[in-house]
Design a protein around this ligand. Sequence first.
Ligand code: GTP
Ligand code: MG
Length: 307
Amino acid sequence: MGLFEKFKNGLKKTAQQISGNLESLLKGSVKLSEATLAQMEESLVACDMGSETAQAIVREVEEAMKREEKADSDLLVRHLREAVLKRLLKTDSNWVLPNPVVVLLVGVNGAGKTTTAGKLASRFSSDGRKVLLAAGDTFRAAAEEQLTEWASRAKVEIVRGAHGAAPSAVVFDSLKSGLSHGTDCFIVDTAGRLHNRQNLMEELKKVVRVVEKAAPGVKQEKWLVLDANTGQNAINQAKEFNREMELTGIVLTKLDGTAKGGIVVALSEQLGLPVRYLGVGEGLEDLIPFEPKMFAEALVPDLTVNV
Ligand SMILES: Nc1nc2c(ncn2[C@@H]2O[C@H](COP(=O)(O)OP(=O)(O)OP(=O)(O)O)[C@@H](O)[C@H]2O)c(=O)[nH]1
Ligand SMILES: [Mg+2]
C-alpha cells in the first residue's frame, strides 16, 4: 500500500461517518433541517474536532447553505470541506525546514517520538541535509539502543550520552561535535513525559536554553509528537507543552490505525499550531508531510467516491 493510501485508509471510517451520514440525512429532503445540522455537529465531535470547533464549522456551513438554492448533499459536503480547509490553512505558511536547525521531539510516553526521529532523519538526509541524531532519552534503558537502530536504518550519525546523563548534556555534546563537522540538521529524541510533570518540563526547557547558548542563531523547531488516537486529551497535552516551551509544530502519528483525524482541525483552530508531518506506519518511509488540502479532502471526501 502506498503512503497516501495508508493515510486515506486510516481516515476512511471517519470520512464515511462525516460524508456518509450527510448523504442519508439529506436523502429526499429539500431543506437543511435543525436535525441534520445537529447530526452533522455530532459526527464532527465524534471524529475529535471538539465541540467548540464543530459548532463553529456547523454555523458556517449553515450560513453558506442559506445562500444555495437547494439543500443538495454535494453542496453540503463542499461547504463542510471548505470550512475544514479554512481552518487548516490558518496555520499553513510556506514553511520549509530551516537550515541549520535543531528539531526537538517531545511528547508523552509511547507517542512515537523515537520512531519519528528515525523517519525524519531518513527524510531530511535524503533531502541532502547532514543529519545527526541526539539520544536525549537517557531515562529509559533501551531508548538509546532503539535510536541507534534507527540511526543505522536512516544511515545517519548518532550522539549518545552516558545512561542517566542530563538530556541537555547530550544535546550540548551533539551540537559541539556536529557543528564542527558540518551537521546542519540535529534531531533530538527525548524521554516521554506527562505534560503536568513540572520537573520534567524544566528539563526540556533546559535543553532549549542549552541550544540557544551553544548554537546561537540556529533555529529550533519544537515539535510535539502526538498519537492520533489520543482523542480530545491531545488538546490538553498540546496546550500544556505549548505553554511551557512554545511549540512550533506537531507531528501526528499512527494515522494508519483507527485514528479519527479531526484533532488536526481542533489543534489548528484552538492553538494555531501547524501539523508538519503525519506518521502512517512503523517503517522508515512511513511519514508524509502535512498538506491541508489533501487532509481536508481525505476527511470530507466527495459522496460519489465515498458511498
Ligand atoms: N502504526 C503506527 N505505529 C507507530 C507509528 N509511530 C510509532 N509507532 C509505534 O508506536 C510505538 C511507540 O513508538 P516510539 O517511537 O517508541 O514512541 P516514543 O514516543 O519514543 O515512546 P517513549 O520513548 O517510551 O516515550 C512503537 O511500537 C512504534 O512502532 C505510526 O505512525 N504508525
Ligand atoms: Mg522513545
